[in-house]
Every structure is written in structure tokens, then in C-alpha cells.
Design a protein around this ligand. Structure first.
Ligand SMILES: [Zn+2]
Ligand SMILES: [Zn+2]
Length: 155
């Protein structure tokens, strides 16, 4: 089978923000869905707004998001299998002399929850450097937050 790429869009909360989780300190924060998935300025690495460490943006996906993406991928593969096996069954069965009868029961698709995010009470920060938005929970004791895109301190 040839390689397939599945594209999907993550929808944010009511303000268009997507929840992410830092792989280092496990804190949650949110980014603007449009900026995070921008084709014009593709995002490759992110900084944690809390601890300031940086790594590949895929590492910031929450467990729920990974599960949802896996469900979408599984459904896509099932769909492709259902299509090609359905066709094959028709072809075989249409040959009148054929002794082989093939029946194919389509695979059931998984239930995909919508890729939506719950609304939370984080504060929205706009980076003065790259002008991108992020939503962070302003915890007591946290004196500064970092821009998740360029890593600078936010006032
Ligand atoms: Zn962190
Ligand atoms: Zn920035």
C-alpha cells in the first residue's frame, strides 16, 4: 500500500484555542488554533510558557488529542479497506461461473469525539515579539510566562 497522509484540523474552544500540555512540567496551556496550524508560518517547535523548555510541537499534544488523532487515522484506514474489499467482493461475485462467493462485512468505524476544547479560565497573552496569542493559567507563584512560539518573556 502506498503511503497516505491524513490531514485534520484541530478545532479550539469558543475563542479558537487548543489545549496543549508541556512534556516536561505537565502544565497545560492553550494556543490559538489558527496560528498553531498556520500554513504560511508552520510551527515546528514550541516553548513551554511555564518552564520555558522547548521541543518538537508534537510533544505538546495532550493524551486526549493523540487518542482523537489515532481514532481519525484508524477510521480513515477502515474506510479505505471497506472500499477496496467491497469492490473486490463485487467483482468476484459478478463472475457467474465463479465458484467463489465472497462476502465482506465492512469494518465498523470508531466513534470520534469532535476535536473541540472545553472553555477554561486562562488569561490570554499576546507576544510583543511575534504577535501570536497564547492562553496560560496564571498560577500564583508564577512570576513570568514565556511565549510558546519564540520563547521570550511576556510581561
Ligand atoms: Zn513546562
Ligand atoms: Zn512570541
Amino acid at each position: 500500500m502506498s503511503e497516505v497522509s491524513i490531514s485534520f484540523t484541530i478545532q479550539g474552544d469558543s475563542e479558537g484555542f487548543v489545549a496543549l500540555e508541556c512534556p516536561f512540567c505537565e502544565s497545560e496551556f492553550k494556543v490559538n488554533a489558527g496560528e498553531f496550524q498556520s500554513d504560511d508560518e508552520p510551527v515546528t517547535d514550541l516553548f513551554c510558557p511555564y518552564c520555558g523548555l522547548t521541543t518538537d510541537k508534537d510533544q505538546f499534544f495532550t493524551k486526549e488529542l493523540v487518542e482523537q488523532v489515532e481514532a481519525i487515522a484508524t477510521n480513515y484506514i477502515y474506510e479505505q479497506l471497506n472500499k477496496s474489499f467491497g469492490k473486490m467482493a463485487k467483482k468476484i461475485n459478478s463472475r457467474s461461473k465463479s465458484v467463489i462467493k465472497m462476502s465482506y462485512k465492512p469494518l465498523k468505524k470508531m466513534n470520534v469525539q469532535e476535536l473541540k476544547n472545553k472553555d477554561t479560565v486562562e488569561e490570554i497573552f499576546v507576544c510583543s515579539c511575534c504577535e501570536k496569542q497564547e492562553k496560560v493559567l496564571f498560577l500564583s507563584g508564577v512570576s513570568k510566562v514565556y511565549c510558546t512560539y519564540c520563547g521570550v518573556d511576556l510581561p
